[in-house]
Design a protein around this ligand. Structure first.
Ligand SMILES: O=C(O)c1ccccc1NCC(=O)[C@H](O)[C@H](O)COP(=O)(O)O
Length: 260
């Protein structure tokens, strides 16, 4: 299979070059950041901390949610017990939009990560103007210099940074070059789309104690959460399995508690 991540990032670079000259100055000031990492740390101290993802479609699965309503999903996720939201803003591959982030964040009190492919530090200012509280850095998508520049730009905007890795080499690069203490292990290989929860179990052993580790992708049941908890991980980023459920609030409660 062709390298999908490389293709997505190449498309993103063209999109960013087109967007840059057209925006920023006329945007109203967003409300202050809500503290994405702090919300996760607070919840994970006493149980499961969930980043619930608002995800309409994906390259691997196509359309996931036909009756897509970001504000309603945000309300349901908060009522179901999520600590934070993730909102996809990439349009070409995920049918996302910045308006979805704005609508979701306005509908609830939860901190929100702008889930997109960050290839340029400028996207951090853009993320904050949308109201984002955090951004994602995908280590596999960037060289060392670029990821440091994007992290610095994010911190300068008051954003938290979720650093995403998929293997030992990426984890080593993240721990060597980046300052963020929020690291996600993506169980999905973004080049092949294969998903394997054993990825988190393997890498969790290598993560220092001061890092808050997030298990990303492929979580669909409370039993999956319990399996990861046995590896010392109780913070999760979950999209598809919740978004496919007609009752998003109930699905969130079930994932977190095992009943409901
Ligand atoms: O989800 C995809 O198909 C995908 C393809 C290429 C790059 C990124 C992709 N997903 C981003 C994510 O990592 C997930 O949206 C997130 O971790 C939630 O995963 P899931 O619970 O499996 O929807």
């Amino acid at each position: 299979m062709a390298d999908k991540l490389a293709e997505i990032c190449a498309t993103k670079r063209i999109e960013v070059a087109e967007r840059k000259p057209k925006r920023l100055s006329h945007w109203p000031a967003p409300s202050p950041p809500r503290g994405f990492e702090a919300a996760l740390r607070a919840k994970s101290a006493s149980g499961i901390a969930l980043i619930a993802e608002i995800k309409k479609a994906s390259p691997s699965k196509g359309l996931i949610r036909a009756d897509f309503d970001p504000a309603a999903h945000a309300i349901a996720y908060q009522a179901g017990g999520a600590a934070c939201l993730s909102v996809l803003t990439d349009a070409p591959y995920f049918q996302g939009h910045e308006d979805y982030l704005i609508a979701a964040r306005n509908a609830c009190d939860l901190p929100v990560i702008r889930k997109d492919f960050m290839v340029d530090p400028w996207q951090c200012a853009e993320a904050r103007q949308m109201g984002g509280d955090a951004i994602l850095i995908i280590v596999a998508a960037l060289d060392d210099v670029a990821m440091v520049e994007i992290e610095d730009a994010a911190f300068a905007q008051g954003l938290d940074v979720l650093v995403e890795v998929h293997d030992e080499a990426e984890l080593d690069r993240a721990l060597t070059h980046l300052k963020s203490k929020l690291v996600g292990v993506n169980n999905r290989n973004l080049k092949t789309f294969d998903v394997d929860l054993a990825t988190t179990e393997r890498l969790a052993k290598l993560v220092p104690a001061d890092i808050l580790l997030v298990c990303e992708s492929g979580i669909s049941t409370h039993a999956d959460c319990q399996r990861m908890a046995a590896a010392g991980v109780n913070t999760f980023l979950v999209g598809e399995s919740l978004m496919r459920n007609a009752d998003v609030q109930l699905a969130t409660q079930r994932l977190l508690t095992g009943h409901g």
